[in-house]
Ligand binder design. Sequence first.
Ligand SMILES: C[S@@+](CC[C@H](N)C(=O)[O-])C[C@H]1O[C@@H](n2cnc3c(N)ncnc32)[C@H](O)[C@@H]1O
Length: 403
Amino acid sequence: MPGRLAVAREGKVLFYMPDPSSARAGGRLEPAWLPVFYNPRMELNRDLSVAALQVYIDYYASRKPVNVVEPLSATGVRALRYALEVEGVGRVYCGDVDYEAYRIIVANIGLNSAWHSVEASWGDANALMYSIKFRRVPVLVVDVDPFGPPTPFIEAALNLIGDGGLLMVTATDTAVLEGSKASKALRRYQARVARIPQSREMALRVLIGYIARVAAGMDKWVEPLISLYMDYYVRLYMLVRRGSKGARKTVESLLGPLYYCEDFKYASLRENDVRGYCSKVTHMGPLWTGDLFNEEFLEKVIASVEGPFNYLGTGRTLLKTLKTAREEAKLQGHVYQRLDSIASTLKTETPRREWAIETLRSRGFKAAPTHLAPTGLRTDAPLRDLLGLFPGGLKASGALSAS
Ligand SMILES: C[S@@+](CC[C@H](N)C(=O)[O-])C[C@H]1O[C@@H](n2cnc3c(N)ncnc32)[C@H](O)[C@@H]1O
């Protein structure tokens, strides 16, 4: 075992983790310094995943029990939580490339007497996924939860998941996805990106776009259910379906550019929205231009966090994010705009988001906050009407459209 161990609890699971006192920096736990990774800040991610998996099994899974694979498991806490907290789960196959992690997973399976429901392996995540496929184990759910980019594991995960299955993915390489490392993004995700006020939405769409392209190559297609940017990572839940028609539709109509208007720091998935008002338009992508949320799924997850999963440690924060997502889902075809960024281009003050939303609604438009930025909103109001919220905004839009 990797030195001294501590015992912690998350959800309904008791588990060993490396003694956190060895990895403190300024009073804070540095998970990457632990001999085996455990990040308490990811409890939110795991809580949401427990609730989302339950909703998937109850309403969307084509057969039960549902086998789950979590191939980058560290302490195994996530795999154990799926096995112990979610009804309808068959077997959970988990593993880690790190031998010390594997030994902790085994100890944690013992601590929870979960030998019948959790199987641990020591080895590479892709090797584990392909070997499960080779054994002909039917798998509907894969959770790819790496530290860094998920790209090395997407192909094996999509290959393993059966028709109508669920793919859950975490990405922590947000600097790349958000455009701070554009050259790396081009190599890793084959997408052109730059740092813009809408970078968090771009990150979600670039990652979904990448996964959708890999899926299309296998005659599979994806349907995002929940797409969130939380804390410092991206987290996606998506259905995976088989079929050449859906794969073709993805490539032909659900992947495209994001148009970014530098004059007003405004972004849109439609070129017409920027035409006439912007002197300098940059194209980002290709990225996912389809939906980010499935409203019905989101509603059911909210109900389950308020209902049977009301014991979750991060329930309150989770509900706040999910309820904001529920509002923005109604306007998900409209990229969010940031009031502070527009205000800076007009050299004026940032209006309060609540005021801006109410004002747009009173003018006959739809508007909703986004979970992606505290000053961000989604609206169907054209750029001109958005600028009309700011002193001098209309004049600025008129000047540009005339030039
Ligand atoms: C972020 S941690 C996983 C956290 C865990 N899923 C949780 O919820 O607590 C990533 C883990 O992936 C493992 N890992 C890295 N590369 C791997 C690979 N190619 N195959 C399997 N495991 C790998 C690391 O050893 C590390 O324990």
